[in-house]
Ligand binder design. Sequence first.
Ligand code: CO
Length: 209
Amino acid sequence: MLDDIFARNKAWSKKRLRKNVDYFECLSVSQNPDYLWIGCSDSRVPANVITGLEPGDIFVHCNVANLIHPTDLNMLSVVEFAVQQLRVKHIIICGHHGCGGVRAAVSGKRLGSIDHWLQPIREVADAHFADHGRGDWENLDLDRLCESSVVEQVRRLARTPILQDAWDSGVEIAIHGWVYGLKDGLLSDLNCTRTGRLNRMVKPAAGTE
Ligand code: CO
């Protein structure tokens, strides 16, 4: 099995060099991606593959259910480096339909450490899906919960000192919330983009809710 990976890697490297003899030489000098992707660890949602982007195009951070924990040193280090050093223009938080993390969060089952990790999803569920009991979620509802969670993670990332300071000092950077459909392979924008500390999400006018 592992030999197969090395064989595939060799073939891939050869193919790249056939197209451009300097391919790795150029890429090895530096990286200059415009995007930071924060996605789920799910093997079916590989950022480069589904976006069609090349090596060097996108900086990637993954965790279970693409969550923003304000004390996650790993995530904060990635975001800080991407914002301050790489100067990415766009941060994309991307969830996906059929997310096992979202399902586990509201399953009502005790699974272990992951229960703590998934707590933000239960908070979104309590705030927006209060009529659901634990364990009685249809797939479509889980997909809506996944989308609501992405919107909330965009808000949480926008609240971090890293982004607040970047916007205060005039850096132009946007945070977007997207969702990926496992059944059609398509990305959708959840229209919750934030481009500055005062860029609050537009609330519907009174009486229209
Ligand atoms: Co997932």
